[in-house]
Design a protein around this ligand. Structure first.
Ligand code: FEO
Length: 407
């Protein structure tokens, strides 16, 4: 765990967590950071904490001592968001200290009580404040449904630092650089993609609330954004606000100027058409991602489709339905409310179709409202006539996706 000074009396404590399934689901290729913040006046507050896994709370305590804070010095636990990646340490902390107060919203209070049996809680509402002394004044601003209904922002008024918890966060480990002004161009790209991975895997279902939270952050006139995951933005906090605005558009059908081929094949017949499509995209100079299911993780699949302005689905019929790994991927995209994508599907069948029927059923059941160019289905291996149709429809998709591009 590292400590970094944000301002006098304000420190970040951050650790990388790797090789986990985030939320028990997401296999995140590049890990994630858990960021906590200490604000010291005459009283001391910790804003967000860490997960409760064996050894992690103890790591937090020993790291606190490096900045001269004994765990016993902590007076307030500010719970911006009750999800246990930030609050899981509370029961462990209770074993070593008894007289602290939890500050959170009413919805968080209910969960803090049911998850951890805590009752020494001060519930805060919009604009409430906590004066820690020595000029450190915290204000609280609920942003419900970012990501759970309990969430709030905490703002330190003197430095205008916004502690935003999940909001404005990103996956991805941090090694040498922790602030936006330290990131190289390559690291900036890394955290942009890890931000997309995080938004699409964890946050996208809550896009309307995220838009409201962006507006609230603008109203607060902030100089620094200090999230619960990922880098701190102190040079240009507008950058991550703009990124999140753009990600919210990707959730509703916009995308980068690229196509994702989401495909699967049993015995290589559909794969022949996928190879053909890839040759067209190369010839046309179109940026593309090729995701074979079920080999890709759901985390990678959701993030990659999410950020693409065009989607090409290559999937055969399997037992009268859509090839199951591709059907599962589309269902996951539907559960995440990724709507409005421009798409085209092709696929092989043996003795009967059925894939198209299930595709339509998935899109309708999940209210995905994807805009499909007419599909091409072929019996067995694709012949020249099939490939001509596929080429024409891929070219149509390339042309039409221009209106979806938001870089
Ligand atoms: Fe980082 Fe929704 O927890």
């Amino acid at each position: 765990m590292k400590t970094l000074k944000i301002a006098d009396g304000i420190h970040m404590l951050t650790m990388n967590v790797e090789d986990i399934l985030f939320e028990g689901i997401w296999e995140i290729a590049n890990g994630v950071t858990l960021n906590s913040y200490i604000v010291q006046g005459e009283k001391t507050a910790i804003i967000d904490g860490v997960i409760g896994w064996d050894g992690i709370p103890e790591t937090l305590y020993s790291t606190l001592e490096k900045i001269g804070v004994k765990p016993d010095d902590i007076d307030y636990l500010i719970v911006n968001h009750m999800e246990p990646d930030h609050s899981g340490w509370i029961s462990n902390f209770r074993k070593i200290k008894d007289d602290f107060t939890i500050i959170c919203t009413d919805k968080a209070a209910k969960m803090v009580s049911s998850f951890y049996g805590e009752d020494r809680i001060r519930i805060v509402k919009e604009g409430d404040t906590l004066d820690l002394g020595k000029g450190k004044l915290l204000s609280f601003h609920p942003v419900p449904n970012v990501h759970w209904p309990d969430t709030m922002y905490t703002c330190e008024r003197d430095t205008k630092t916004l502690f935003s918890c999940d909001m404005f966060g990103a996956f991805g480990r941090m090694t040498d650089h922790y602030f936006d002004d330290e990131l190289t161009a390559e690291e900036m790209d890394f955290f942009e993609f890890e931000g997309i991975r995080y938004y699409s895997n964890v946050m996208t279902t809550f896009t309307p609330s995220i838009r409201k939270a962006i507006e609230k952050a603008k109203e607060l006139e902030i100089n620094i954004i200090a999230p619960g995951h990922g880098p701190v933005y102190r040079k240009n906090p507008q950058k991550i606000m703009d990124d999140y605005s753009r990600f919210s558009l990707y959730a509703e059908g916009a995308g980068k100027n690229e196509i994702t081929i989401l495909w699967g094949s049993m015995y290589g017949m559909t794969a022949k058409a996928v190879d053909f499509v890839e040759s067209i995209l190369k010839r046309e100079g179109v940026r593309y991602n090729r995701l074979e299911m079920p080999l890709e993780s759901d985390s990678e699949m959701v993030a990659t489709v999410f950020k693409s302005a065009g989607v090409i689905i290559g999937a055969p019929t399997y037992e009268y339905k859509l090839f199951p790994p591709v059907a599962a991927a589309l269902n996951e995209l539907g559960r995440k409310k990724i709507t409005g994508k421009l798409a085209f599907r092709f696929g092989s069948y043996g003795w009967s179709g059925g894939a198209e029927r299930e595709l339509n059923e998935i899109i309708e059941r999940n209210k995905m409202n994807w805009d499909f160019i007419e599909s091409v289905e072929f019996e067995g291996a694709p012949v020249e006539e099939d490939l001509i149709k596929i080429e024409a429809r891929v070219l149509e998709l390339i042309k039409r996706m221009r209106e979806k591009v938001v870089e």
